[in-house]
Write a protein that binds this ligand. Sequence first.
Ligand SMILES: *[C@@H]1O[C@H](CO)[C@@H](O)[C@H](O)[C@H]1NC(C)=O
Length: 218
Amino acid sequence: MVGGLLLVVTLLALAAGHGVVVAFDPNPLQDFCVYDTTSKVRVNGLPCKDPAAVVADDFFFSGVDAPGRGTASLRYGFTALSVQIPGLNTLGASHARVDVAPGGVFPPHYHPRASETAVVLEGSVYFGFVTSYPDNRLLARVLRRGDVFAVPQGLVHFLYNNGSEPAALYASLSSQNPGLVLVGDALFAAPLPGDLLAKTLLTDEGTVHKIRANFRRP
Ligand SMILES: *[C@@H]1O[C@H](CO)[C@@H](O)[C@H](O)[C@H]1NC(C)=O
C-alpha cells in the first residue's frame, strides 16, 4: 500500500518535469482555439471564441506576396509584417514576412522561445547564426530565392542584404510568442552603467558613450 503510494508520488514528481525530457510545446487540448479579441479573460495565449462561430477566415491571411506592409525600421532598413492568423492561437507557431532593402540588415538578434525557418521569396541575403559560448562559430551563407535556412532556438542570428535588389523572406517560428532580443539594443538602449559596458566590450567609456548616443530614441 505504502509502496504503491510512493510509486504514485514518484510518477507525479516525474510528470511535474523533474527528470522528464520535454522537447516540444505542450499539446493543445482542443482542435483549435480561435482567439476572441473582445474577451477580458487572460490565459496562456488568448481565450477561445465559441467553436460554433469559427469560420475559414479565422485560419486565413492574405497579401504576404506584397512588399512594404508591416512595421518599418528605418534605422536598419527592414520591414516586418506579422502574419495574423487567429486560428493559430495556442498552437505554438507564428509567421512573418520580412523585407530588407539593399544595404539593410535585420541586425543580430535572438528569439528566446522559438526556432526559426525562413524561405527567401525574392532577392538574396547573407543569413546566419552564431553558436553559443565558448565556440561562437558562425554558420552563415548566401541565400537566394527559393532557399530555406533554419535557426536553432535562442541563438543569435542576422540577415544582411548586401546585394543591390530588395530581398524578402517568409519566416516561420515555433512559438506563438517567440520574443525578440536585439543584441545591440539590449546593450546600448538599456541604461547599463557605461563603465560596465566598457569592461564588457573591452573598450573605453568614451567609445561606449559614442555608440550609445546612436541608440537614443529620436
Ligand atoms: C555578401 O556577403 C557575403 C559574406 O561576406 C559574401 O559571401 C557575398 O558574396 C556577398 N554578396 C554580395 C552581393 O556582395
